[in-house]
Design a protein around this ligand. Structure first.
Ligand SMILES: Nc1ncnc2c1ncn2[C@@H]1O[C@H](COP(=O)(O)OP(=O)(O)OP(=O)(O)O)[C@@H](O)[C@H]1O
Ligand SMILES: [Mg+2]
Length: 255
């Protein structure tokens, strides 16, 4: 099984599928756009003084695009990615994913929407250390509503096969290399077949060879499996395979 054999996502995306995943009824222009952000601002209030990180970010990403978000450390990349994924709520502005305005959804609507539509790959892998590679994915499948232990096991094995880890199914994260852990994290992000994959510095902790394998996997997700892939990175190797690069500097997008 290869990535291209997973759920086909045609350019003629079935708008009704997304609409049916959420009781939220607002639909914005979604024919070709996977991600639309308008006027996104973010002010953190956790320090002594409010800290303004994003200053009116407008961004549009087409379906099936393999796009990078780059910029200096501290420019707000992780903050923006987290907002686009619905993990953080912006101070102002709107975000539409697959035509649905997530910034107007209730918490539970957003949680349901994200489970079906967004796979997020964290820099630090975020795997459960006491669970095997397969079990880490089975947990995600359970959260995403896949019923039955046998079904979840079958799907977890299928996903591990897709990322080339059929021979590491029963390994704990501590017994996997950095690249292998990242591939488990990618397999987990693919659980439930989300349309959009977001990754925060997915190759930062990897050696050259593992980094190449992960880059190829992410490229295949966009080019063969038709997903929209947005990656925050400092890695120049990703520049060669991306469709588009957006730069963020001091919380402002540069064209
Ligand atoms: N929860 C928070 N509370 C207050 N300030 C924060 C918070 N999270 C991030 N920041 C600040 O916001 C700014 C942007 O952080 P962010 O993590 O988005 O940057 P980044 O571009 O991802 O940087 P890096 O490339 O180093 O990962 C930084 O100055 C950071 O210290
Ligand atoms: Mg960051």
């Amino acid at each position: 099984m290869t990535l291209s054999q997973t759920r086909p996502i045609s350019s003629a995306f079935d708008r009704n599928y997304v609409a049916s995943t959420s009781p939220y009824s607002g639909v914005c222009d979604s024919d070709i756009k996977a991600i639309v952000a308008q006027g996104v601002e973010m002010i953190y209030h956790s320090g002594a003084e409010p800290y303004s990180v994003l200053h009116g970010v407008d961004l549009e990403i087409c379906r099936g695009d393999f796009q990078l978000l780059m910029g200096p450390s501290g420019s707000g990349k992780t903050t923006l990615l987290s907002i686009l994924a619905g993990i953080l709520t912006p101070t102002a502005g709107s975000v539409c994913l697959m035509g649905q305005e997530i910034t107007r959804m209730t918490r539970s609507q957003l949680a349901k929407f994200r489970l079906k539509n967004v796979g997020f790959i964290f820099q630090g892998f975020n795997l459960f250390p006491a669970l095997t590679a397969a079990e880490n994915i089975e947990v995600a499948l359970k959260v995403k509503g896949v019923r039955g232990v046998q079904n979840r096991r079958k799907e977890a094995l299928n996903l591990l096969d897709q990322v080339g880890l059929s021979n590491r199914v029963h390994h704990l994260p501590r017994d996997l290399s950095g690249g292998q852990k990242q591939r488990v994290a990618i397999a987990r992000a693919l659980a439930g077949n989300p349309y959009i994959i977001m990754a925060d510095e997915p190759t930062a902790a990897l050696d050259s060879q593992s980094g190449h394998a992960v880059i190829e996997l992410l490229r295949q997700l966009a080019k063969e499996a038709g997903r929209t892939v947005l990656i925050v990175t400092h890695d120049p190797r990703l520049v060669d395979v991306a469709d588009r690069i957006t730069y963020l500097e001091d919380g402002i997008l540069q064209s």
